[in-house]
Ligand binder design. Structure first.
Ligand SMILES: [Zn+2]
Ligand SMILES: [Zn+2]
Length: 316
């Protein structure tokens, strides 16, 4: 079943800034934007779970819900569409962008998550990608090991900071944030993290980090994250790199770490993120800027504020 959805709150993914200013492997032109809350304008087919007028989170990925990968909780690798089929890039075909006025959502019942009425679309737009990506980077390890020492290596507008907020919302006792940007470090400290502000990413950070989340989008940050993971620990790489990266392989052979890469499979985890926002346990507002008008999106994406921009328009 398809839905037509009108984005009413769209956030800029950290990747969007790079797509605007630097080369990518995605063939242009394509419509930008893959984090949004929208309002359902039309539904093809009968579905009691969704209704016209409902506010929903539109995940970045296009997925069917029934293929083998979707059933294993991996909608970002859906086998019914080209690899990395998504809004806002041309990696797996052209599906439109979530800064558009209207988008088609195939397999709508599977893809869309209704927004609790008490949650502001402005706060939930990033649940489509970065916020849920951050949440799911830390949740599996913290569920298995609540006292895990967590290191977040930040370097982009929102992903590292959203990871800090998620880890603390999930009860992590020891969260360290490393970044080269003083403003982001101040936000991480305000959220409750121990902060290391570096002139450049060190070779490794001393500590016994059970879980390291790499969100720096920097090859030096990537190396530091790998080298800072304790033996048997887990390093989750959430940055997107288009090139092949060098691995300090023999050093890693010596520690023996678990390396997690790949796209965030946001959809199945959006409801849990929305519950935490609704409860006030997870409040992304210090990481966001705006709301801005969609009319100003081009100017703002060309010269973005330090915090993650969110664009809103009124409901019909
Ligand atoms: Zn993204
Ligand atoms: Zn699928």
């Amino acid at each position: 079943m398809d839905a037509l959805v009108r984005p009413i709150a769209s956030a800029a993914c950290d990747l969007d800034r790079r797509l605007v200013v630097s080369p990518s492997p995605f063939e242009t032109p394509f419509a930008l934007g893959h984090e949004a809350v929208g309002e359902i304008v039309d539904l093809a087919g009968d579905d009691s779970a969704l209704r016209v007028g409902q506010r929903v989170v539109i995940p970045w990925h296009i997925s069917c819900g029934t293929c083998d990968n979707c059933r294993r909780g991996l909608p970002g690798a859906c086998a019914s569409v080209p690899r990395l089929a998504s809004y806002g890039t041309s990696a797996g075909g052209l599906w439109g962008g979530l800064f558009d006025e209207l988008v088609r959502v195939p397999w709508a019942q599977h893809n869309l998550t209704p927004l609790p009425p008490s949650v502001e679309p402005f706060l939930a737009a990033s649940a489509a990608d970065n916020l849920t990506d951050a949440f799911q980077a830390v949740r599996p390890t913290l569920a298995a090991q609540p006292d895990a020492e967590v290191l977040v290596v930040g370097g982009t507008a929102s992903l590292g900071l959203l990871t800090v907020l998620s880890a603390i919302a999930l009860g992590a006792a020891n969260v360290t944030y490393l970044d080269v940007d003083e403003g982001r470090c101040a936000k991480a400290a305000a959220a409750g993290a121990t902060v290391v502000t570096a002139g450049e990413y060190p070779d490794r950070l001393d500590g016994s980090f059970d879980l390291v989340v790499e969100a720096s989008a920097s090859t030096a940050g990537f190396r530091c994250a790998l080298m800072s993971t304790r033996p048997g620990g887990t390093c989750v790489v959430r940055s997107v790199y288009f090139a092949e990266l060098r691995l300090p392989y023999f050093a890693l052979y010596g520690t023996g770490i678990n390396l997690v890469v790949g796209p965030p499979h946001a959809g199945p985890h959006v409801p849990d993120v929305l519950k935490l926002i609704d409860a006030g346990t997870l409040d992304p507002s210090p990481i966001l800027s705006g709301p801005f008008s969609y009319d100003d999106a081009v100017e703002i994406l060309l010269d973005p504020p330090s915090a993650k921009p969110v664009f809103t328009r009124s409901e019909r």
